[in-house]
Design a protein around this ligand. Structure first.
Ligand code: NAD
Length: 340
């Protein structure tokens, strides 16, 4: 049995726990979270996790859980940023456990956080384990999938990728980080303060693509604009009056020798259908040959992240030690052993 610890029991961590518990050959041996309402609970008593065998008690003592359970692999779903997850990842590697993290900045930290990436790579190698950062985006839609499509090209001139999605199912943290429900001037203020961030991971996706195709970029520019609603939009966690902000239109592009080579757009808003905006993922590669791919509606973010991370576990367990990205491991895929 592959002994697995889940670190972070939010939407993603509990989704992964549910999926891993039904995966033949895998066993959840530990669960870590800081939330007082979770600590001390049996994992099986948490919402949606009743199929998990009883006896795994949620603990805030990460070091204790890792030492007591000796996991083969730990799934870290706590935070988006390298600075925040670094101590979590070091603890996991030092415990001799392989690791998959959903932290967006860990999907390709080699350019944005070179020192941290090199140190984690070295630690993983010393400990004889593998560390992977992945998720739907970054990790798949705007990078791995883009690169896969370039595999049939003899020349690539420019890459465009966009992801138009609906934020309605996300919770208050996401609403706040996208500026949903506030005035345009409050949005501008939030951008200045750094409370409104839009999408985390453009930089990592663009770096991954550029490094893989061999483009040495001058710079990556990111721009965030409010998406203003002309109608009232009311969802579970958001109330947007006409004239207020329904989301954030986040755009990023990378240039080489002053010329744009990669452009990405990720407008995220609540209930885009109220203004006839269709959701979807689109990749356009201008090259030889030209490639156009459209997925409509978009690949659903939450469930796709959970499935991708769980589907990558076997590859991480058998990979050589070190810090890996989706470029280093075999293509992600479903296997019917998972429950067919
Ligand atoms: P969430 O806020 O629902 O859950 C995070 C959980 O981690 C919470 O229960 C919190 O209490 C716990 N936590 C935070 N810091 C902790 C710590 N130091 N020790 C123990 N527990 C800790 O978030 P989520 O929706 O489950 O997502 C988790 C992370 O994954 C987020 O940062 C999110 O942005 C990221 N994510 C990435 C992708 C991707 O495509 N790469 C996709 C989805 C989510």
């Amino acid at each position: 049995m592959i002994r697995t610890v889940i670190w972070g029991l939010g939407a993603m961590g509990s989704g992964m726990a549910r999926r891993i518990a039904s995966k033949p050959g895998y066993q959840i041996v530990g669960a870590i979270d800081l939330r007082p309402e979770l600590v001390g609970s049996d994992l099986a008593d948490l919402e949606g996790l009743s199929t998990i065998p009883r006896g795994v008690i949620v603990s805030a003592d990460a070091q204790g859980v890792l030492a007591d359970t000796g996991p083969d692999i730990t799934m870290v779903a706590t935070n988006s940023f390298v600075e925040a997850v670094l101590p979590n990842l070091e603890a996991v590697l030092n415990a001799g456990s392989n690791c998959i993290t959903l932290a967006e900045e860990m999907a390709y930290p080699w350019k944005s956080h070179p020192e941290e990436a090199a140190a984690l790579d070295q630690l993983a190698q010393q400990c004889g384990v593998t560390l992977l950062g992945t998720g739907v985006n970054p990790g798949f839609v705007l990078d791995t999938l883009v690169l896969l499509l370039t595999g049939v090209c003899s020349y690539v001139d420019h890459i465009f990728a966009s992801r138009v999605n609906n934020l309605a199912e996300f919770g208050p943290t996401v609403m706040q980080s996208q500026g949903v429900g506030i005035t345009p001037s409050e949005f501008d203020e939030g951008i200045r303060r750094g409370d409104i961030v839009g999408h985390v991971g453009f930089r990592q996706s663009i770096d991954m693509i550029a490094d893989a195709v061999g483009w040495s970029l001058d710079e990556i520019v990111e721009e965030r604009q409010p998406i203003l609603s002309s109608v009232q939009r009311i969802s579970r966690y958001a109330r947007v009056e006409a004239g207020m902000v329904a989301g954030c239109n986040h755009v990023a592009y990378g240039t080489m020798n002053g010329r744009e080579m990669i452009r990405m757009e990720h407008p995220q808003q609540v209930m885009p259908e109220l203004e006839d905006v269709s959701t979807g993922d689109r990749i356009v590669i201008a090259g030889k040959p030209d490639i156009r791919m459209e997925i409509s509606p978009e690949i659903p973010g939450g469930v796709a992240t959970i499935n991708l991370a769980v589907n990558m576990m076997a590859s991480v367990l058998t990979a050589p030690p070190g810090l890996k990205t989706m470029l280093d491991l075999p293509l992600p895929h479903y296997t019917c052993l998972d429950g067919c």
